[in-house]
Design a protein around this ligand. Structure first.
Ligand SMILES: C[S@@+](CC[C@H](N)C(=O)[O-])C[C@H]1O[C@@H](n2cnc3c(N)ncnc32)[C@H](O)[C@@H]1O
Length: 280
């Protein structure tokens, strides 16, 4: 009975993964049109050994520093980015993820320990200036079970999340692992959709006349249904404040914004910014 149950839940979960990968092709374009303006402000600072959690189709890569390589191709700048590791649980996204990484001049490989199927996937041949890009299957939801390939590259100079902390199973553990995987002095960059800032929260810009108290409560009400429809996405996490309240960062610099005046600004305001790990 329990074998049948686990087969059924496995099937349901991979159907959901497939559905999300198809939906995100369309939805990410709509999302990007609203949020790229914020990504542009901090993403070019990302440098060194980089880890991205939940990259989807890696919409963020175009905003990294680019350069013209010796062979004349435009690619992510190898003097700024040394390596790029992504940790992504949904394998249906890997085709688009690989394509986008190669378009940005990365040399893609798969971690075959977490994703043995990766051994038979063909990737584009690259020169020695193309920055390595490793796709690892997994998450940072478990404090004692970080994928080995992610640990092998640690510590990282930069870690980023973009609209993925809404979906991780355990927000606090994922953030604690991000902190752990950064080098001293390293930086965590984020842009996430969040619960309406509480009245009195100091960091609201672009007020747009939104009744934050009402819409915050509406987000709380909607969240159980939203999680089912949105593949585990929480619409009411206070991610910026959660980062700031961890108490372990040297500096946390973020803003809450409402990017538009439509329904999305009422149910999906954003927190974006960065946090730096102390040097010792
Ligand atoms: C809304 S998409 C955002 C994709 C991309 N970062 C972007 O900005 O377009 C959420 C991403 O988080 C991933 N994700 C879901 N659950 C996760 C988990 N527990 N740990 C890490 N990533 C997860 C999804 O597979 C997906 O790639």
């Amino acid at each position: 009975m329990s074998a049948v149950y686990s087969q059924l839940t496995g099937l349901l979960s991979s159907t959901y993964d497939w559905f999300f990968s198809a939906l995100w092709v369309i939805e990410s374009e709509r999302n990007d049109a609203k949020v790229n303006v914020y990504r542009k402000t901090i993403w070019p600072d990302i440098s060194g050994k980089v880890l991205e959690l939940g990259p989807g189709y890696a919409q963020s890569l175009q905003f990294l520093k680019h350069a013209t390589l010796k062979d004349g191709s435009e690619a992510v700048d190898p003097t700024a980015i040394k390596s790029y590791t992504v940790i992504e649980p949904n394998t249906f996204l890997y085709g688009g993820l690989q394509k986008n990484a190669e378009l940005n001049g990365f040399h893609v490989s798969y971690d075959t320990l977490s994703y043995p199927e990766g051994a038979s996937i063909t990737t584009m041949a690259s020169g020695d200036e193309n920055v390595p890009f490793k796709i690892v299957k997994g998450s940072l939801d478990d404090p004692d079970n970080i994928p080995q390939a992610v640990l092998d590259e640690a510590p990282y100079d930069s870690i980023l999340t973009s609209f993925s902390l809404c979906t991780v199973r355990d927000l606090e553990t994922s953030l604690a692992n991000i902190f752990k995987l950064l080098r001293p002095g390293g930086t965590y960059y984020f842009i996430e959709h969040v619960r309406q800032p509480e009245p009195g929260d100091p960091l609201v810009i672009e007020d747009n006349g939104v009744n934050a108290r009402f819409w915050g409560k509406f987000q709380d009400f909607l969240n159980p249904l939203w999680k089912v429809i949105g593949h585990g996405c929480h619409i009411n996490r206070r991610t910026g404040e959660t980062v700031a309240n961890m108490g372990c960062w040297e500096t946390v610099d973020y803003k809450n914004v409402r990017p538009t005046i439509d329904l999305q600004s009422r149910i999906m305001p954003l927190s974006f910014g960065k946090a730096t790990k102390p040097l010792n």
